[in-house]
Ligand binder design. Structure first.
Ligand code: BTN
Length: 243
């Protein structure tokens, strides 16, 4: 069961790093969760920082034993974690989408980010850290186009309640993964994918274009129709231009 063990820490460099250290000394069991009030070096995707006011948001990392997954199946972890966050938000009647691959948005504003770090052994995964930063009660974000549960609902939300709901969702979605129901997982992910089948502005190495996202390949690449031609893109090869 995910979340059977929960460690609560006041201050840490990064909860993902904390899990990585426990992995390195072989002292962590599947489903262990680390929660922190504050991170001094919160990590975002692509080397970015993750900023979060102390005590106001969910700072969560979970260790997953992913030895049963091959490297080629690793996108299923992205799908598992993004869907769990989207479904958690549903409990507060917040309708969130996934901006490929795993940013969580509400009406064009980011509400949560996910950082997945895999340990790989040959063709297989050898353990995964899923780090989730979800804005709960923070209301000031400076220039960032960001939102939080409190901004969406107009009231204070207990972070503990969010943790419980998230764990419920993680557990039920993990079952799909464990049972090999990857197609169902993919279909659910596609239902939540922002801009699916809608013309939108993108940018690739050849410049800006209007394209249509048509799906995701098995290994998580984005499928886009560009000037009538179907293309697939890896993470660094395409960006969304503000629509
Ligand atoms: C992103 O750039 O969108 C990903 C942000 C991930 C932030 C979370 S907060 C908990 C965990 N610990 C980290 O250092 N990062 C992740």
């Amino acid at each position: 069961m995910l979340g059977r063990k929960i460690l609560q820490i006041e201050r840490v460099d990064s909860t993902n790093n904390y899990v990585a250290n426990l992995m390195n000394v072989g002292k962590i069991e599947h489903g262990t969760v680390i929660l922190a009030e504050e991170q001094t070096q919160g990590k975002g995707q692509r080397g970015a920082q993750w900023l979060s006011k102390a005590g106001e948001n969910l700072i969560f990392s979970i260790y997953l034993d992913t030895a049963n997954l091959s490297v080629r199946e690793q996108f299923s972890i992205t799908q598992f974690s993004s869907l769990s966050v989207v479904n958690t938000l549903k409990k507060w009647n917040i309708d969130a989408d996934v901006k490929w691959p795993n940013d969580i948005y509400v009406s064009g504003r980011k509400i949560a980010g996910i950082l997945i770090e895999n340990q790989v052994k040959g063709e297989r995964l050898n353990g995964t850290i899923v780090g989730i930063g979800l804005n709960v009660n923070q209301t000031e974000f400076g220039e960032l186009v960001t939102t939080s549960v409190k901004l969406e609902k107009g009231m204070f939300i207990s972070i503990q309640e969010v943790v419980f709901s998230l764990l419920e969702e993680l557990n039920s979605t993990w079952e799909l993964l464990e049972n090999g129901q990857l197609e169902q997982l993919n279909n659910r992910y596609l239902e939540k994918l922002w801009l699916l089948n809608q013309p939108a502005l993108f940018k690739d190495s050849q410049g800006e274009f209007t394209g249509i996202i048509t799906g995701i390949t098995e290994n998580g690449f984005l499928q886009v129709i560009r000037n009538g031609v179907p293309k697939t893109y890896d993470l660094k090869e395409i960006s969304f231009v503000k629509n």
